[in-house]
Design a protein around this ligand. Structure first.
Ligand SMILES: [Zn+2]
Length: 301
C-alpha cells in the first residue's frame, strides 16, 4: 500500500507542473515558442528562450529544446494540438544550457539529436544553471543529454526531402561553437544566439568582430524569416537590433581606445540611450562593453 501511494505521489508530482506555452505561427509549417526577455528564475522557470518546430511533412524538426524536460514535453504537447506527429529530429544551436536541457524528453521520444562538435569535449556540469535558478517542480525529470550526432563545420542534411544547411562556426562568436540552420525551401534561418531582439544580447565570453561577420553571413542568405535564440521577431528585420548594437558598441570602444581611455573610464561613459529600452540593458550593457574592449584593445581583428 505504502509503495502504491508513493508511486501515485511520484507520478502526480512528475506531471503536475505545466508550463504555459503558446506557439506563434511563423508560416504554414513553422511555429515557435518565444521565451520572455528575462533572466531565468522561479517565476518564468526558464521559459526565456526560443524553441521552434518545423513540420517536415510526416514529422517535426525541433530547433532547441529549451530549459527543461517538462518544457520540451509541454511544447510538443501544444504542437500536437495543431498537428499530432512525432519529432524525428532535434537540432541544438549551441552549448548554453537554456537551449538544450529539454533533450531528455526527446531522447525518450526516440528523436535523433544533432548539435555542434563542442559537445564532444564538454564535461557535464555538477549542477546546471537551470537547476540552481528555476523551481524544483519545473526542473524535475531533467537530465543533461548531449546530442549524439555532432556537426564539425558545415553539413548538408536531407530529411524527408527537405534540405537543411548547417553551419557550426569554429571560432568564438556568442559562444565557442554557434551553429546556424538554414532551410532554403522554407526561406528560414534559425540563428540561435547570434540574433537577439527585444532584450540586450550577451557578449560575455564572445567576440565582437566575429559576431559582426556572422551577422553579415546570416543576412546574405535568401530568406524571409530569421529566428534568433531570444526575442520574438521573426522577419528579415529581426537581425537589425543585433547588427546595429554590435556596430555601435564597436565604434564607441574603438573611439575610446583611440582617445587613450582605459577600461574603467570607458565603462564610466558607456551609456547608450538608444538601447536603454531593451530589456536587461542595465544588467548586461556594461558587461558587453567590457568584453568588446578586451577584444578590441589588441587591435581591430
Ligand atoms: Zn541563450
Amino acid at each position: 500500500m505504502k509503495s502504491f501511494l508513493l508511486s501515485i505521489f511520484i507520478f502526480h508530482s512528475l506531471f503536475s507542473f505545466e508550463y504555459t506555452v503558446e506557439p506563434t505561427k511563423i508560416s504554414d509549417d513553422i511555429h515557435c515558442f518565444f521565451g520572455a526577455p528575462e533572466v531565468m528564475d522561479e517565476h518564468n522557470n526558464g521559459n526565456i528562450v526560443n524553441s521552434c518546430f518545423v513540420d517536415l511533412g510526416k514529422s517535426y524538426l525541433v530547433i532547441d529544446t529549451g530549459p527543461s524536460y517538462k518544457y520540451a514535453r509541454d511544447t510538443h504537447k501544444a504542437m500536437n494540438k495543431i498537428k499530432n506527429q512525432k519529432v524525428s529530429h532535434v537540432i541544438i544551436t549551441h552549448i548554453h544550457d537554456d537551449h538544450w536541457l529539454g533533450n531528455g524528453y526527446y531522447q525518450e521520444h526516440g528523436s535523433l539529436i544533432i548539435g555542434p562538435e563542442i559537445f564532444a569535449n564538454t564535461p557535464k556540469s555538477e549542477k546546471t544553471r537551470m537547476q540552481q535558478y528555476i523551481s524544483p517542480e519545473a526542473y524535475e525529470g531533467t537530465h543533461e543529454v548531449f546530442p549524439t550526432e555532432l556537426v564539425d563545420g558545415e553539413k548538408t542534411l536531407e530529411i524527408d526531402g527537405v534540405k537543411l544547411e548547417l553551419k557550426a562556426y569554429k571560432h568564438n562568436i556568442h559562444s565557442p561553437n554557434d551553429m546556424v540552420i538554414y532551410i532554403p525551401s522554407k526561406e528560414v534561418v534559425f540563428a540561435g544566439d547570434l540574433v537577439f531582439n527585444e532584450r540586450i544580447l550577451s557578449l560575455k565570453g564572445g567576440h565582437i568582430n566575429n559576431w559582426i561577420k556572422a551577422i553579415e553571413d546570416i543576412e546574405s542568405k535568401n530568406m524571409k524569416y530569421v529566428i534568433g535564440g531570444h526575442g520574438p521577431l521573426y522577419t528579415k528585420e529581426s537581425t537589425d537590433v543585433t547588427r546595429e548594437y554590435l556596430a555601435d558598441v564597436k565604434a564607441f570602444v574603438l573611439d575610446s581606445i583611440d582617445e587613450g581611455l582605459d577600461i574603467i573610464d570607458t565603462l564610466e561613459v558607456s551609456d547608450m540611450p538608444k538601447y536603454q529600452d531593451l530589456k536587461l540593458y542595465e544588467m548586461m550593457h556594461r558587461v558587453n562593453v567590457e568584453s568588446a574592449y578586451r577584444t578590441l584593445e589588441w587591435g581591430d581583428e
